[in-house]
Design a protein around this ligand. Structure first.
Ligand code: R5P
Length: 277
């Protein structure tokens, strides 16, 4: 049985359909002090909890769902389509936690294994105390792209060039390149272009996540006279005014997957996740 977190109902339904399994109708209650109480009315021998941890509340909800499901199921599998705190994968200053590891340890306590999708760093899977596999969904990002003219698949930093190459390969042709990026703060990112020519070309910017949109909008500002600009990412967090920033920067369309459920989530990672279950 698939047990959906409240932020992952679309992807959970798609996964249930892929696997031919039923969906648990999770019930919710909220107390005056702000605490949440979930109820999982039924489970099979195997419970697959599907919950993107897009917020602190979603983390708490996931721990509750795991605990509730584990009381009846013999096996609990946790699917994190998007793993929150994944970008805090090291201690950036003395006294700071490795937040991704802290979250992974907590999640490990209520599950037999974990499946996640394109974590920020592949090594994050090692933070879990139970087996964890990472699904690569980047190839799906080519699906919604329109016909492109002389395309350039561009990642905003060297770390995402593999994603750009995967999308290019899935699309079937085009060049790839990346920008050099210096991050000054959460919202202040300086992007220095390498030498790919963008004049008159369709440019597809590819990244694992668009959060504030600062990285993408800064990169777009550096493009020299492109024809059309598309933004595609696995995790369309699109926090605050990120979507507006991209529209203002002249982006023709934004595409993402349903690891985070937004209006731009045009492709589902459910088939890739189903392959691991
Ligand atoms: C960083 O290395 C990531 O790959 C993304 O480029 C970054 O996290 C995007 O964040 P934002 O949209 O806030 O610039």
């Amino acid at each position: 049985m698939i047990v959906p977190g409240s932020a992952s109902q679309e992807v959970a339904a798609a996964l249930a359909s892929e696997l031919g399994e039923s969906l648990a109708a999770v019930e919710y209650d909220w107390f005056a002090d702000g605490e949440t109480l979930v109820r999982v009315p039924e489970t099979d021998d195997r419970a697959v909890v599907v919950a993107s941890t897009i917020s602190d509340n979603a983390h708490v909800e996931l721990l509750q769902l795991q605990d509730a499901a584990g009381q009846r199921a013999d096996e609990v599998i946790t699917v994190l389509p998007y793993m929150g705190y994944g970008r805090q994968d090291e201690s950036f200053a003395p006294g700071q936690p490795v937040s991704a590891r802290a979250m992974a340890r907590a999640i490990s306590t209520g599950t037999d294994r974990v499946v996640t999708v394109n974590p920020h760093e592949g090594s994050i899977t090692d933070f879990f105390d139970v087996p964890c596999v990472a699904v690569d969904a980047a190839g799906l990002l080519a699906d919604p792209l329109p016909e492109l003219s002389d395309p350039l698949f561009l990642s905003p930093d060297a770390g995402a060039i593999g994603l750009a190459e995967t999308v290019r390969d899935a699309h079937g042709g085009g060049d790839t390149d990346y920008f050099e990026k210096v991050r000054h703060s959460d919202t202040d990112v300086d992007v220095r272009p390498r030498d790919a020519s963008t004049t008159g070309r369709d440019v597809v910017l590819v990244d694992d996540i668009v959060s504030t949109g600062s990285t993408m909008s800064t990169a777009i500002d550096q493009l020299s006279d492109p024809d059309r600009v598309f933004v595609t990412c696995v995790h369309p967090m699109l926090a605050a005014n990120a979507r507006t920033k991209l529209a203002t920067a002249g982006v023709e369309a934004v595409y993402g997957t349903d690891t985070i459920e937004r209006a731009v989530s045009t492709v589902s990672v459910a088939p890739r996740i189903a392959d691991t279950l």
